[in-house]
Design a protein around this ligand. Structure first.
Ligand code: NAD
Length: 316
């Protein structure tokens, strides 16, 4: 039985993880600490919020007093750290919040855990959720990222996540903190904020709005279903070697254009274009006609791909 602190549990992956964890470990105590930024939504946790084993704490990972209160008051022995600013486009327009939350917030959380956990003899675990974007961009044909791929973050978002990964690693090396880091690829699934590719395209298409595609649409991402990601995190938490990092990917590389075309085709079956008044009004017979190519994102990474060999071999 664990007392687990999940940060960022009102966001996309965090909310899926809270649901997944409670389903898998109904006897554990779960505290979800989230600042409820634009990306956090308590409706993602509908049905969970009334469970006696679950508590929501409206707090910021930069607030050391709040963290100390939670660690001590709840006897936290496990941390799964999702809280972050997560949208690359926003990091290009305003990097400050990314440095504050992703770098300083992670540092404050590490400090609070270190203070609460003493000599780490109580079987504690601190799992930090990071991204494949820290490795930079791959050319087509280059081998996928392994855990030893050099860090080369290209956006303020990925640079801030890389900085947090280094801090987490240092707390293991210097203080012996039992940390684990996971670097995952692009997640998809329920409760994702509709600024990200898949929900944005679905909602725009339903409303007959343009489907904006950066550049030539040829950027490649490795898509991972969010519950598969949650299972991977659980495996790392249970059996991962402290101080190590584990890549988690779906082995499902797709260009943005392939993703959007697939969504258009699925939508065409679920909500035929000739029954969608918005499309009929625009004289469109196919959702693909909504695709609009827009100027590329600044510094847009061309391709990410995860080699999930370590997690498969070591943790099954
Ligand atoms: P999200 O943006 O949907 O949710 C982030 C959550 O963190 C929100 O609920 C927000 O309110 C909360 N938060 C932000 N700042 C906070 C602060 N200072 N204190 C407390 N809470 C705060 O993000 P997501 O897509 O669920 O991503 C979760 C984690 O996974 C992030 O660390 C992200 O870097 C990483 N990740 C995500 C993806 C992906 O495809 N979504 C891929 C790789 C890695």
């Amino acid at each position: 039985m664990r007392n687990i602190l999940i940060t960022g549990g009102a966001g996309f992956i965090g909310a899926n993880f809270v649901r997944y964890w409670i389903g898998a470990h109904p006897d554990d105590r779960v505290v979800n600490l989230d600042a409820l930024t634009y990306a956090g939504n308590l409706e993602n946790l509908g049905g969970i919020d009334s469970l006696p084993s679950y508590r929501f704490e409206h707090g910021d990972i930069n607030d050391r007093e709040c963290l100390d209160r939670v660690f001590t008051g709840e006897g936290i022995d496990t941390v799964v750290h999702f809280a972050a600013e997560s949208h690359v486009d926003r990091s290009i327009l305003g990097p400050d919040a990314f440095i504050r939350t992703n770098v300083h917030g992670t540092f404050t959380l590490l400090e609070a855990a270190k203070a609460a956990w003493g000599d780490f003899s109580g079987g504690q675990r601190f799992l930090h959720v990071s991204t494949d974007e820290v490795y930079g961009s791959l050319d087509s044909g280059e081998p996928a990222f392994t855990e030893t791929h050099p860090y080369a973050p290209n956006s303020p978002y990925s640079a801030s996540k890389a900085a947090s990964d280094h801090l987490v690693r240092a707390y293991h090396h210097t203080y012996g903190m039992p940390v684990l880091t996971t670097n995952c690829s692009n997640n998809y699934g329920p409760y994702q904020f509709p600024e990200k590719l898949i929900p944005l395209m679905i909602l725009n298409a339903v409303e007959g709005k343009p489907l904006p595609i950066y550049g030539d649409g040829g950027n490649v991402r490795d898509w991972l279903y969010v519950t598969d990601h949650c299972e991977g995190i659980l495996a790392v938490l249970r059996s991962g070697r402290p101080g190590e990092s584990y890549n988690i990917g779906g082995e499902c590389e797709k260009t943005n254009l392939q993703v959007v075309d697939t969504l258009c085709d699925i939508l065409g079956r679920l909500l035929p274009a000739d029954s969608n008044k918005q499309l009929v009004a625009r004289r469109f017979s196919d959702y693909r006609q909504l695709k609009t190519f827009v100027p590329d994102r600044k510094g847009h990474d061309r391709r990410y791909a995860i080699d999930a060999g370590r997690i498969r071999t070591e943790l099954g």
